[in-house]
Ligand binder design. Structure first.
Ligand SMILES: [Zn+2]
Length: 302
């Protein structure tokens, strides 16, 4: 592999990246869950939105809220908001990082039968956001060599089981209204990456639509000997990344779907760990900070 100056870049050569503090990341997870379930049209949803906006405003070059209303079930109008933050605005070469911040409004996988109550969504929601907040803190400390955009999706987990039209509402709205000129190199979506004993396989649609980006991430994880990224392809999962693929953005979904507490009231912080969040954060920081000189096929004019 050739470096930017034509010298050989060692497979194991790491570039300096900002510190990713596992405990700080875990604190972001707990803080979100402490608001209560962030199901649409609830007070906890509104309060958490204000918190996330305020946190990102501390770290990003700019933050904006994309507010939109969509029809939900039973005549309800959902008031939803995507939170969009930009880092290193001067760079034309951009990488998009995303996660959903909403909580599922019902516990349809509850052992003993479905319960019509929103879930705490520690892993299925707060974990991805927590990693992105901790990375954002790092971007402020040391500006990434490429532009980075973070979008926190709303309304990902609203749909009733099997009713895909009502899933991924935030990413669908964003994709439908995307500016034509916005074309990041690739996108990485984080979902359910906080559980203890995390194991992230290569998600099926990611392998199909963004094989080179999957390769970039898993090669980096292997270089760093991060065991949470396992060399196995999983079934395809319908998630926010597909909405990006639909508008021509190569997207990878990092997800460990094998989670005992999925869509239950037991999806709480004690099932998650700082180490799992840090495994993802460390690999993604390395991907971003060395993307320009280690992987020639991702090198673009700045
Ligand atoms: Zn979910």
């Amino acid at each position: 592999m050739q470096g930017s100056e034509g010298q050989q870049v060692s497979k194991l050569q790491m570039v300096p990246v900002p510190k990713f503090d596992p405990e700080s990341a875990f604190g972001y997870l707990v803080r979100q869950v402490d608001f209560g379930p962030r199901a649409p049209n609830t007070g906890a949803h509104e309060q958490c939105l204000a918190y996330l906006q305020q946190q990102l405003t501390m770290y990003a070059d700019s933050v904006r809220l994309q507010r939109f209303d969509v029809p939900g079930y039973d005549g309800v109008v959902l008031h939803l908001t995507n939170i969009i933050a930009h880092f290193n605005l001067k760079s034309k070469t951009r990488i998009l990082l995303t996660a959903h911040w909403d909580s599922r409004p019902r516990a349809d996988q509850q052992p003993g039968g479905p319960v019509d109550k929103p879930i705490p969504a520690a892993d299925d929601g707060a974990s991805g956001v927590a990693v992105l907040l901790e990375m954002a803190r790092g971007f402020k400390e040391s500006l990434p060599p490429v532009g980075v955009d973070i979008i926190l999706w709303d309304g990902e987990d609203y749909g009733r089981e099997g009713d895909m039209n009502y899933y991924c509402l935030g990413s669908k709205y964003w994709a439908a209204t995307k500016e034509f000129s916005y074309q990041p190199l690739f996108a990485i979506n984080l979902d359910m990456i906080g559980q203890k004993g995390l194991k992230i396989p290569k998600e099926g649609y990611s392998v199909q639509y963004a094989p080179d980006v999957v390769d970039l991430i898993w090669t980096t994880a292997a270089d760093m000997a991060v065991p949470q990224f396992v060399d196995r392809t999983s079934d395809p999962i319908y998630d926010d990344h597909l909405q990006l693929d639909n508008v021509g953005i190569k997207a990878v979904d990092l997800i460990d779907f094998d989670y005992k507490y999925w869509h239950t009231l037991q999806d709480t912080p004690d099932k998650c760990s700082p180490e799992s969040l840090a495994a993802v954060g460390h690999v993604l920081l390395q991907v971003i900070y060395r993307s320009l000189n280690t992987y020639p096929y991702f090198r673009y004019e700045r």
